[in-house]
Design a protein around this ligand. Sequence first.
Ligand code: HEM
Length: 409
Amino acid sequence: MSSPSTGSRVSNWIDHRLPIISFAREHLIEYPAPRNLNYWWNFGSLAGIALVLQIVTGIVLAMAYTAHTSLAFDSVERIMRDVNFGWLLRYAHANGASMFFIIVYIHIFRGLYYGSYKAPREILWWLGVIILLLMMATAFMGYVLPWGQMSFWGATVITNLFSAIPLVGESIVTWLWGGFSVDNPTLNRFFSLHYLLPFVIVGVVVLHLAALHTHGSNNPLGIDKKTKKDVIPFHPYYTIKDLFGLGVFLTFFAVFLFFAPNFFGEPDNYIPANPLVTPAHIVPEWYFLPFYAILRSVPSKLGGVLLMFAAIFVLFLLPWLDTSRVRSAKFRPVFKVFYLLLMIDILALGWAGGQPAEGVAVVIGQIATAWYFLHFLVLLPLLGWFERPRPLPESIASAVLGDRAMEKA
Ligand code: HEM
């Protein structure tokens, strides 16, 4: 490993005045990462790449998009047909949003499994939850921009939820719309905010990484690093692993992009927005479906709205709701079972959210909603007290290297 003084005279000159080179060396090259990180630790860097891809494709798309109710739909059609590689840009951006959510949901479930939200990483976790909320707001407003039927009706249904707030609800909705229905002022402000929020996300990601590098990464064993033998430098070990992961991700992305670009889309959004014709079945994008099911599981509008927001806000409390002293599920045999049940539960919510709000889908949605809150508010605190975890290894190095860890120790 080189020290700052071993660079060229030019880089030393720059670094002495603005230490960006030593900063990059410290955080990207020498950063001591646990030696046992598995492939689930690839998803943070992948999320960063997905964010950059969304920003780059979005900026170029905005050059040919028109945020006006009478032109938005046609401007998107023109991008698809007449703008050079416009179809590629638009499909990359639309499918990129789905890829981003797949990556971030895996990233969150990794954290839930290995207890990465536990002390001393609570603020790192909170920043993640804030990123998730910002991503949801950004995606919701982006979906309105093509001004198709689902754009218009999705925006109408979701913004109307605020009318459930007692006394001030109606005024809030009028304020959000900038008028008395979803119309041109709404489209305009959504475009403006859809352009702005990703940069706010970048800012929160920087804080997320600053928090990460304060105590270092958690790892599959969930135990703290103790000696030099427990860690390896980020470069070349994890730069090469992240690069390999990126290759796999781009291949996965390309399959959708080139062979099924409308897989995640809704056919109704190829019909221009018409305030006089309500689609038979208004559904949000797939990544909102579990929350949509929670919203619809309560007959009262206000109750549904509160419960939907509570489903995210409970995540802020997670570091304290999970009372176990052991981080990783690897050593928590009972937690492992409940973790699996939670995954099934969220898939069930997703399914229920995609069905018309009637019959068995509603009942399944209600049961799954109840289980979701039961998991976080009751089972997790109890598990920490009653579960008997398996013994933890001595150190990361001893678990990974066995006897070799002790050699020359
Ligand atoms: C734009 C979205 C995001 C980006 C770019 C991002 C980036 C990263 C990166 C690069 C890492 C280190 C590598 C890794 O551990 O995989 C990381 C770690 C982490 N992230 Fe995120 N993240 C994002 C969203 C989230 C969200 C939504 C949450 C939770 C709600 C979250 C929670 C965490 C936690 C707890 C860690 C520490 C993991 C550990 O050390 O075990 N992140 N993030």
